[in-house]
Design a protein around this ligand. Structure first.
Ligand SMILES: Nc1ncnc2c1ncn2[C@@H]1O[C@H](COP(=O)(O)OP(=O)(O)OP(=O)(O)O)[C@@H](O)[C@H]1O
Ligand SMILES: [Mg+2]
Length: 319
């Protein structure tokens, strides 16, 4: 039995919302129980606590079963994703249908679970996959595209089949990031268009899949998008550069938590226009870092300079 101190610490860690502390105390209790010879109980505790994962740093490992799948247990909240109301509602709907899938099954219906996300770099496609996994407490399996696609077509097909076997047998969120890599590398293609065939068989696998897992495919390749592709998915989400309102929300989310007196001006929003979400987040982090290290408050002037610096990276690239 855990000591009174351990229980007190456990409750304190919960009240403080300190996952790391909570984990440490549970592991202490497990060690204590193991010493008393209660091996099964200790093991059970450890198993449970493993599910908690690491905040942010997620546990990342290659599953022994399938080295093409990178397993992580992300810890995010839907509110962290700054997107239009339309997209946010669509994500809510995916979550809601998954949570109520048994009710839907009883009416012969299936929850939407094959999702295509298309959009510019740095607009939150990967983040969305992490959030969906986290919100549904499902493991996230990111398919390692580079390990999947080899110059041997037969091998690629066999690997694809293995992945879909995993999708069937281990419920999770399966994320095919930049899935068009399957069809995009023309140098791997030959005159009979085998790469294209692999892409088609990937789409067929998706179509035939009737598992409980959620499949998310992401691409920033507009070229690929056609009706034939859309047909395979239950939902298609289009991501684009942040609107003025989204820029404002990004600033608020990132900066006001650091300095609650910081005022977001129209000029700042204007200066961020044209940058993607990831770049704006990066600029905010840079501004905060510089404020911490310089022992100076956050200023519009400093932030504006960093935003321009970011934009200049582009003009340099285009020149
Ligand atoms: N819509 C968003 N809301 C909040 N933060 C965002 C959003 N989009 C991007 N970010 C921030 O930028 C980081 C990188 O974004 P993410 O990897 O999801 O972009 P992506 O669309 O997958 O880009 P790529 O096409 O390059 O893979 C995120 O971890 C997050 O910090
Ligand atoms: Mg991505």
């Amino acid at each position: 039995m855990a000591t009174a101190d351990q229980i007190k610490n456990l409750v304190k860690a919960y009240v403080d919302r300190n996952d790391e502390k909570f984990k440490t105390v549970v592991l202490q209790i497990a060690a204590h129980e193991a010493k008393l010879g209660h091996d099964n109980f200790a093991r059970e505790l450890k198993l449970q606590i493993d599910k908690l994962g690491n905040k942010r740093a997620s546990i990342v490992q290659l599953t022994s079963q399938n080295p093409m799948l990178l397993l992580s247990t992300p810890n995010y909240d839907l509110t962290e994703l700054i997107v239009s109301d339309d997209i946010s509602e669509k994500i809510q709907r995916i979550l809601n249908e998954y949570r109520n899938r048994n009710k839907l099954y009883s009416y012969g219906l299936v929850n939407r679970r094959k999702i295509l996300i298309e959009g510019q770099p740095g607009t939150g496609k990967t983040l969305t996959a992490s959030i969906i996994a986290s919100e549904l407490s499902l493991p996230l399996y990111t398919v390692q595209m580079d390990k999947l696609v080899t110059k041997f077509m037969g091998e690629t097909s066999a690997k694809l089949r293995q992945i879909f076997d995993s999708i069937q047998s281990i419920t999770g969120v399966y994320f095919f990031d930049e899935f068009d890599a399957i069809g995009a590398d023309r140098s791997l293609d030959n005159e009979v268009g085998e790469m294209r065939r692999i892409l088609n068989s990937f789409l067929q696998f998706i179509e035939q899949d009737s598992s409980e897992s959620i499949i998310i495919a992401a691409t920033n390749n507009q070229r690929l998008l056609d009706q034939a592709l859309f047909r395979r998915f239950d939902d298609v989400l289009h991501y684009s550069l942040p609107t003025t309102d989204e820029i404002q929300r990004l600033f608020k989310y990132k900066l006001v938590s650091y300095d609650k007196h910081f005022r977001i001006t129209k000029e700042l929003i204007q200066a961020a226009n044209g940058l993607n979400h990831a770049e704006i987040v990066k600029v905010c982090d840079d501004a905060i870092k510089s404020s911490i290290l310089g022992n100076q408050p956050l200023t519009s002037k400093g932030l504006s300079a960093l935003l321009h610096e970011r934009k200049n990276i582009y003009s340099y690239k285009e020149a």
